[in-house]
Design a binder for this molecule. Structure first.
Ligand code: S3P
Length: 435
């Protein structure tokens, strides 16, 4: 039996809280710390299963990594040429980020390696990284349909390449830049639209030379990473559930502390504000090369919108929550240009449409998006999350505007990105119980 969330209808979200650390930055802090010269201390680390898989992978490759306390990690870097062959396959669990970024790292090693994932990750497309890496001289075997497990051949001589990406993907961009560290000559990646730039920022933070020019980033192989302190801000993707919950629940007034507000991640704030949400960005500051702020969100009536396509990559992980906001808005919300949602931890367009329909919301599935007709209140009902953490948490928040109990099934994977979600949300006023 897996965990379910039983969520009482109604209520509001109030008070102050800090959601766990940013998943993207936490993964990268381990990778860069492991490959750097010297000791890297990470604070604010996300102790979620995805990032723990990244730690375990580098430990299996001989990197000393300690956990002195919760949210903190100490990594004794082995340098760019210090990884050792792992004894067996490296398990990436549910994490697409860990698997795709590690492809870039492992393609440049002297040893062979195998990457495996859980059932969801084993369905996800990997050719988007293996094909451009092959253009740099890498050899990575996938299953027949381009999915994991991946067998990465070592001992290849990589060479730099000028990549122009077809898909706006920070994971692909990052894998290629990482492979560039072991490549002869220059590696450049041009993306079709801006995506999260934590890799570029962290490379610079670890003292690696990198040129950025609009949508292009370039680096040369043969340099060194220098250890440094990494302070991970709270994850805006986790804060998003609370931004939506407080926006839809009358009487809500919530302060979310120390949230990462990197402009490549704040599409959710822009979208919710276009819908009429009341979100204030307070005390904006820069911590370790990443912008951080406190977010105050208060209940406000929402209206349906056409979501601007340029915001799609900047809110790519937040659409399940945004769809719940749309279901509670007056009028229709339309999203297009978001086919990437179909290849996330689940097919987030179909799974959200099925869940919203179970709550009495009319929606139309489009090949690359969805049309949602908002309602004053939602019905109670039972939701199948298909093991997708962000679907589970989005529907838990939907109960704030429901007339009956919402039962969300298959919620174990919430622990991949947001350990303690039910406790934190319960403390803020959501009537949630894990069963
Ligand atoms: C991530 C990039 C995004 C995002 C994922 C984390 C990253 O994936 O959905 O949760 O850390 O680089 P894509 O690059 O596939 O869009």
């Amino acid at each position: 039996m897996t965990t379910s969330f039983r969520v009482e209808p109604g209520g509001s979200l109030r008070g102050e809280l800090r959601v766990p650390g940013d998943k993207s930055i936490s993964h990268r802090s381990i990778m860069f710390g492991a490959l750097a010269e010297g000791r890297t201390e990470v604070t604010g680390f996300l102790d979620g299963e995805d990032c723990l898989a990244t730690i375990a992978a580098f430990q299996a490759m001989g990197v000393p990594i300690e956990r002195p306390e919760r949210h903190s990690v100490i990594i004794d870097g082995v340098g760019l040429h210090g990884l050792r062959a792992p004894a067996g396959p490296l398990g990436m669990g549910n994490s697409g980020t860990a698997m795709r970024l590690l492809c870039g790292v492992l393609a440049g090693q002297s040893f062979d390696s195998v990457l495996v994932g859980d059932a969801s990750l084993t369905r996800r497309p990997m050719r988007r990284v293996t094909e451009p890496l092959a253009q740099m001289g890498a050899r990575i075997d996938t299953a027949e349909n381009g999915t994991p497990p991946l067998h990465i051949h070592g001992g290849r001589n990589l060479h730099g390449h000028r990549h122009t990406l077809a898909v706006a993907s920070a994971q692909v961009k990052s894998a290629l830049l990482l492979a560039g560290l072991w490549s002869e000559g220059e590696t450049c990646v041009t993306e079709p639209a801006p995506t999260r730039d934590h890799t570029e920022r962290m490379l610079l933070g670890f003292g690696y030379e990198l040129q950025r020019d609009g949508r292009r980033a370039c680096l040369k192989g043969g340099g060194q990473l220098q250890a440094c302190a990494v302070d991970v801000p709270a994850d805006i993707s986790s804060a998003a559930f609370f931004l939506v919950g407080a926006s839809i629940a009358q009487g809500s007034d919530l302060l979310l502390r120390h949230v990462g507000v990197n402009p490549t991640r704040t599409g959710v704030i822009d979208i919710l504000r276009l819908m009429g949400a009341s979100i204030e960005v307070l005390d904006r500051r820069e911590i370790g090369g990443e912008p951080v702020a406190d977010l105050r969100v208060r209940w406000s009536p929402l209206k349906g919108i056409r979501i601007p396509p340029e915001l799609v990559p900047l809110a790519i992980d937040e659409f399940p929550a945004v769809f719940v906001a749309a279901a509670c808005a007056q009028g229709e919300t339309v999203l297009t240009g978001a086919e990437e949602l179909r290849v996330k931890e689940s097919d987030r367009i179909q799974v959200m449409a099925d869940g919203l329909s179970a709550l009495g919301v009319r929606c139309e599935v489009l090949p690359d998006g969805i049309r949602i007709e908002g309602r004053e209140t939602l019905d109670g009902g039972e939701i199948q999350s298909h093991g997708d953490h962000r679907i589970s948490m989005s529907f838990a928040m939907a109960a704030l505007r429901a007339q009956g109990e919402i039962m969300v099934r298959d919620c174990d994977n919430v622990a991949t990105s947001f350990p303690g979600f039910a406790e934190l949300a319960g403390g803020a006023g959501l009537g949630i119980a894990s069963t």
